[in-house]
Write a protein of this length. Structure first.
Ligand code: ATP
Length: 236
């Protein structure tokens, strides 16, 4: 579902690579956890996958090259960024309808999915309010709902659990698992290693832009915890 081939990224006149020749693959129905220190290159990788920044190398989404078919690829992706910077002047429901229009979700299906997910995330009563009145967590929930209503084949999340209350975090984890059982692939970055260890089929560890370890979660951690493996790899 997602193939990254030799991804490299240099920002501006910097001579240091933020991401350095990174290759990985996420198969249909897999949850992939992407971990690394602050500044390791996680967000840069994610912004490349979702087509926000240009890059060297190639990214293939559901068989299509992102560089050659950016719109078709973006239709297959939902992206939940680390900070929910959305349109303050819209109400929650206006924002969801805006996303629904962009992704051409038929009205009836859209209403059903908005109802379903706004109830699950306890945001239904707030949808008529301006986004400017939302807390950080409420904005995060709205972005999550907007990602789910267009039924992506590939769900990309950057630090998705930051700012969510425990119930919402639990709900999101359950939804991620359910979506994967229906064939969606999930790729997310996180510093919460216990969650990555429990949730992910595969894990990749990035250090100074390079993928230093990658594989099936149970195989790479063996009898250790992901936390101790991570600290070992980073010489801590
Ligand atoms: P964190 O866990 O802190 O979010 P990260 O793993 O997501 O970190 P990135 O944000 O991808 O790391 O940053 C990787 C490197 O690229 C860092 O050295 C960072 O300073 C640099 N970088 C990121 N964005 C830019 C930018 N817009 N311009 C210049 N350098 C950048």
């Amino acid at each position: 579902m997602l193939k990254i081939n030799n991804l490299s990224k240099i920002y501006g006149n910097n001579n240091k690579k933020a991401v350095d020749n990174l290759s990985l693959e996420v198969k249909p129905g897999e949850i992939y956890g992407f971990i690394g220190h602050n500044g390791a290159g996680k967000t840069t990788t994610i912004k490349s996958i979702v087509g926000i920044i240009d890059f060297d190398g190639d990214i293939i989404i559901d068989g299509l090259s992102l560089k050659e078919n950016p719109i078709e690829c973006k239709k297959k992706i939902a992206y939940i960024p680390d900070s929910p910077d959305i349109y303050d002047a819209l109400t929650g429901i206006q924002y969801l309808n805006f996303i629904g229009d962009i992704f051409e979700i038929p009205l009836k299906e859209r209403q059903e999915l908005i109802n379903k997910y706004s109830e699950i995330f306890k945001l239904k009563d707030n949808l008529v309010d301006l986004i400017s009145t939302y807390s950080h967590g409420m904005k995060q929930k709205l972005v999550i709902i907007s990602a789910l209503i267009h039924k992506p084949k590939l769900l990309i999340l950057d630090e998705p659990f930051v700012g969510l209350d425990p119930k919402a975090a639990f709900t999101l984890k359950s939804i991620m698992k359910d979506m994967c059982s229906e064939g969606t692939s999930v790729f997310f970055s996180s510093h919460v290693l216990e969650v990555v260890e429990k949730l992910c089929d595969r894990v990749g560890i990035i250090k100074e832009g390079k993928l230093v370890l990658e594989g099936k979660t149970s195989k790479i951690i063996g009898h250790k915890s992901l936390e101790s493996l991570f600290l070992e790899l980073n010489n801590e």
